[in-house]
Design a protein around this ligand. Structure first.
Ligand code: HEM
Length: 485
């Protein structure tokens, strides 16, 4: 039988009774066991993620089914059949950890590939586009979606007030308000990189790429009424139980690839996150299979402390000039240093599965014993350059250098004002693709939220919908009228 000990390892004689000065007397100061218990309990929480706080993770495998060496030097994309361990975390965006699963919201779809050249994180969503195209708007956008600062309650009027001033949101708003806005489960939705990323091969040729994860379970969605009948934690239960029973969810992984020359001539800005690349121009190519096959053993250690970042890139995969992506290259690692700490990469769920050699040292909690460095990398040299390469001191490898990033236009530096960009055509295209039943749901969902906004916001939104498609605007207007608003 294991003996109960303090965290210091000393056996504990009695864990039920505090030491007191007699039956009716106060506790004494030698209750260090009690103090340790209370003090550690006070420190059990780390800050929840500022967005995507509510989430569920699982381990799995990515199997490459098509060799991509013509496009990328990334080792996990070479040789069909190759398997790579993954960790996936699904999430809602706006709600805190205490919110519910079945809300109308975008879902996070973050995939970590533990490759032999480091961790590659594809931190995507279940929608192929996003609400904004400039990271400067992100904090304002999120403030408008989260709880109202006065009431601490969700406030749909704030959502619509933000969108009314940001028509670049129309495409994503149309998706969010459509039948796709509430998935039936995490297993029944697609995932997307949404952003354009880059690939480069050994010949220094660069390609632009978008990732798509198509659910093999089929798309299933819920109406507002159906969602209201679901228990708050139903999506987590569904995922955990499916994996525990051996019913492993999977996704067929597909990509769209564009050459640099195509990007220069393409009518749509390929780095605008509010737009898709139409499939008829850039068809989806199947490259692999993602399967989730192992539940976490400890939710906090794995799902809560996993630190995904779009800046976790590997040789052969790079960023793109997408301005949102560039903002994210900063934001996530910064969040992790605050939320978890400077040495968050040493935690098992964040630790790469390949050797790690660098000259970073010390910081809070440095020295967790780990396979790549012993205690804080022991006595290894801690500066570079040095004369000790022959003794194993790490040196850079020029062969993994990314080819120079082209400027796709004449270079200038100034605040980029995209108000005049085309904010409406793809939202209109999507509306025109919908069946009558989908249109009815869309209009109903919009009116449900928009009815809580002011008259002027409603009118500005109707004007935006009209620019997407006249029928779209007319029907929202008519539905607002019928609802007596
Ligand atoms: C400039 C725009 C954005 C900023 C500044 C931003 C910032 C953040 C931050 C700070 C977190 C919390 C990270 C953590 O504490 O671990 C987060 C989480 C997340 N973001 Fe973003 N975000 C942006 C846009 C996006 C976009 C466009 C997507 C999807 C295409 C996305 C997907 C996610 C996901 C999936 C998570 C949760 C990751 C996890 O499961 O741990 N974000 N974001």
């Amino acid at each position: 039988m294991n003996k109960l000990t303090t965290a210091n390892g000393a056996p504990i004689a009695d864990d039920d009774n505090s030491i007191s000065a007699g039956e009716r007397g106060s506790l004494t100061f030698d209750n260090y066991r009690l103090f340790e218990k209370l003090a550690h309990f006070n420190r059990e929480r780390i800050p929840e993620r500022v967005v995507h706080a509510r989430g569920y993770g699982a381990h799995g495998t990515f199997t490459l089914t098509k060799d991509l060496s013509a496009f990328s030097m990334a080792d996990f994309l070479q040789n069909a059949g190759r398997k790579t361990d993954v960790f996936v975390r699904f999430s809602t965006v706006a709600g805190g950890q205490d919110s519910g699963d079945f809300v109308r919201d975008v879902r996070g779809f973050a995939v970590r590939f533990y490759t032999q050249q480091g961790n590659f994180d594809m931190v995507g969503n279940n929608t192929p586009v996003f609400f904004i195209r400039d990271p400067a708007k992100f904090p304002d956008f999120i403030h408008s979606q989260k709880k109202d600062p006065a009431t601490n309650l969700p406030n749909p009027a704030n959502h619509w007030e933000f969108w009314a001033s940001n028509p670049q949101s129309m495409h994503q708003v149309t998706i969010l308000m459509s039948d796709r806005g509430i998935p039936f489960s995490l297993r029944h939705m697609n995932g997307y990189s949404s952003h354009t990323l880059s690939l480069w091969n050994k010949a220094d040729e660069r390609y632009w790429i978008k990732w798509h994860f198509k659910t093999d379970q089929g798309i299933r969605t819920l109406t507002n009424e159906e969602a209201a009948q679901k228990p708050a934690d139903g999506m987590q239960r569904d995922l955990v139980e499916a994996i525990a029973s051996g019913d492993f969810p999977s996704w067929t992984v597909k990509v769209q690839i564009m050459s640099e020359a195509q990007a220069r001539d393409y009518a749509i800005n390929p780095f605008d996150l509010t737009k898709v690349w139409p499939h008829q121009d850039f068809p989806l190519e199947e490259i692999g299979k993602l399967e989730l096959n192992r539940n976490v053993e400890n939710y906090f250690a794995e799902t809560e402390q996993v630190a995904f970042s779009p800046s976790n890139l590997v040789p052969g995969i790079g960023a793109s000039p997408d301005k949102m992506l560039q903002g994210r290259l900063f934001a996530y690692a910064d969040a992790h240093r605050y939320r978890i700490g400077a040495n968050h990469q040493q935690l098992p769920v964040n630790r790469p599965q390949c050797p790690v050699h660098h000259y970073q040292r010390d910081g809070a909690m440095a020295g967790i014993e780990c396979p790549y460095g012993g205690h804080n990398q022991s006595s290894k040299v801690n500066f570079y350059p040095n004369d000790r390469a022959s003794e194993g001191a790490p040196v850079p490898d020029p062969s993994v250098a990314e080819p120079p990033m082209p400027l796709e236009e004449q270079a200038w530096t100034k605040a980029y004002d995209s108000r005049d960009s085309d904010n409406y055509s793809q939202a209109g295209d999507l509306y025109r693709l919908m069946s009558e039943e989908q249109k009815l749901q869309l209009i109903g969902n919009i009116v449900g939220g928009l009815s809580q906004a002011s008259d002027s916001i409603q009118q500005r939104m109707v004007a935006h919908f009209t620019q997407c498609d006249e029928d779209y605007g007319r029907r929202v207007q008519a539905a607002l009228k019928t609802a007596g608003i």
